[in-house]
Design a protein around this ligand. Structure first.
Ligand code: PLP
Length: 512
């Protein structure tokens, strides 16, 4: 566990393009670095004779050797969750496993009933197949979590109907790290004769899982969240539930016909090694990551106005989701270029929409949108956590000081004070102009909003000196948007800058 590129490239020789140091990697919940032992096993498989044959070619030794390596890996994957090797179906990852479990179990049982129970905080790889089933005529109940992020087993009980055939509730949430009570939910499902699937992509290798004691029928796994390669995963299918699952792709009959296609030997071998490693280091790593989580939260909580999402519920130690009061999320992330992390879910970052998971927890838009998900793991060190704490403290403090909320909105003698937007709104801009003999002597500003809003406000403030009340604005929002390459959908926010200037003109001080 050394401090190489897996945690941070900048230490030592590695730098990114144009010599910018690579950021500290704190996005383990999106994907983990591949462990060197895994990479070595995959490499050997790709170049050596073990990887040559097709595991279905039983007629020659190459095929038989590939089949042998795959069966060894299958046993390693199974061992991580206490399963029998025969209950593991290899897939391309948790997305496919979720699709196979949700679509396959619902369709195979449609004759018994057409109702499915899931939750609002599931990964899209469960929610989207569930929505697909709705189009096929299934009724769907999506449960909301309590404020700590937990789905109450009693709520599941209340949602079950005589025609319910499947419950799908994730084991660990990918945005907030909350562990669900799969034992209670599973026991309930079993007593009602309902199939139970859990998405364990974020749980496997992080918390102990034993399907011999957990009453569940299907469980999704993926290698790239536990230091294995991307593009390989598995669905655990309890042997008694096999008859209640139908495939979603059809072909050569591999994986008992549940997931046909030539097995990717090298990826499966890597997945096996990753599971074997994860099992061996699990308890020591769990304790170590718990320590890092405490260190991180100690550093961030003293900032004030910081809320740990999932507080009060059991969480995996490798994810800490924190919402900050009084900060605009995009500006926060923009200022944290030395950290590689996510805001909300990685899948949501591009859209700019506040996370549906955080909204389901009852966070308002501002808090949901100013949330950082810090996730760390095997190659993370205390110094990476300290660096993250320092950077986040610096940016949160800077942005809060920059916000109009940091000072009273009162003009002193000879000042023109104008503002637009306000607390709880997307933008809030204030100018404070010292006016002498009818012109601006100096200008100060405060701004809360996206990086564009803040940049344009600062730029405008620099150009106000010497201007008169009648010609206060240095240009128009359209010109500013042009100069700062502001995307059209954000142009509206720049109107606040113009409005704040107009407000200054309205509050022009009387000549002395
Ligand atoms: C990452 C993730 C997935 C998707 O897994 P892939 O292997 O990338 O398809 C599904 N569910 C959860 C909870 C995840 O964290």
């Amino acid at each position: 566990m050394n401090s190489d590129w897996r945690s941070r490239v900048s230490e030592g020789t590695g730098t990114g393009p144009r010599n910018v140091p690579e950021p500290v990697y704190l996005d383990y919940a999106a994907t983990t670095p591949v462990d060197p032992a895994v990479a070595e096993a995959v490499g050997r498989c790709l170049t050596g004779p073990d990887g040559l044959g097709n595991a279905s070619s039983a007629a020659h030794p190459f095929g038989r050797r590939a089949a042998e390596r795959i069966e060894r890996a299958r046993a390693e994957v199974a061992a991580l969750i206490g399963a029998a090797a025969g209950d593991i179906v290899f897939t391309s990852g948790a997305t496919e496993s979720n699709n196979l479990a949700v679509l396959g179990a619902a369709r195979a049982n449609a004759h018994r009933g057409r109702h499915i129970v899931s939750s609002r905080i599931e990964h899209k790889a469960v929610l989207d197949p569930v929505k697909r089933l709705e189009k096929e005529g299934f009724a769907i109940t999506l449960l909301s979590p309590d404020r700590s992020g937990r789905i109450d087993a009693q709520a599941v009980a209340a949602a079950l109907r005589p025609d319910t055939v499947l419950v799908s509730i994730m084991l660990v949430n990918n945005e907030i790290g909350v562990i669900q009570d799969a034992a209670a939910i599973g026991a309930l499902c079993r007593s009602r004769g309902v199939l139970f699937h859990t998405d364990a992509a974020q749980a496997a290798g992080k918390i102990p899982i034993d399907v011999r004691t957990l009453p569940l029928d299907f469980m999704s796994l993926t290698a790239h969240k536990l230091y294995g390669p991307k593009g390989i995963g598995a669905l655990y299918v309890r042997s008694e539930a096999r008859a209640h699952l139908q495939p979603i792709v059809f072909g050569g009959g591999q994986e008992r016909g549940l997931r046909p296609g030539t097995l990717p030997t090298h990826q499966i071998v890597g997945f096996g090694v990753a599971c074997d490693l994860a099992l061996r280091v699990l308890s020591a790593e769990r304790a170590r990551l718990d320590g890092l989580r405490e260190r991180l939260w100690r550093g961030l909580s003293t900032l004030g106005g910081a809320h740990a999402n999932g507080e009060g519920a059991p969480c995996v130690p490798g994810i800490l989701s924190v919402s900050f009061e009084g900060i605009e999320g995009e500006s926060l992330v923009m200022g944290l270029r030395e950290l590689a992390l996510s805001t909300g879910s990685a899948c949501n970052s591009a859209s700019g929409e506040p996370s549906y998971v955080l909204r389901a927890l009852g966070r308002d838009t501002q808090l949901a949108q100013s949330t950082l998900r810090l996730s760390y793991g095997r190659f993370s060190l205390p110094e990476h956590i300290d660096l993250a704490v320092d950077a986040i403290r610096r940016e949160v403090t800077r942005l809060r000081a920059l916000s109009p909320a940091s000072e009273p909105a009162k003009a002193s003698l000879g000042e023109a004070l104008g503002e637009a937007g306000g607390p709880g709104q997307e933008v809030w801009v204030r100018f404070r102009l010292a006016v002498r003999e009818g012109t601006v002597k100096s200008a100060l500003f405060k701004a809360y909003g996206c990086p564009h809003t803040v940049a344009v406000t600062a730029w405008v403030a620099e150009r106000l000196r010497g201007r008169s009340r009648a010609e206060l604005a240095p240009g128009t929002p359209v010109e500013w948007a042009d100069a700062f390459a502001v995307p059209v959908e954000k142009l509206g926010r720049l109107l606040a800058v113009e409005d704040a200037l107009a407000d200054c003109a309205r509050h022009w001080p009387e000549p002395e």
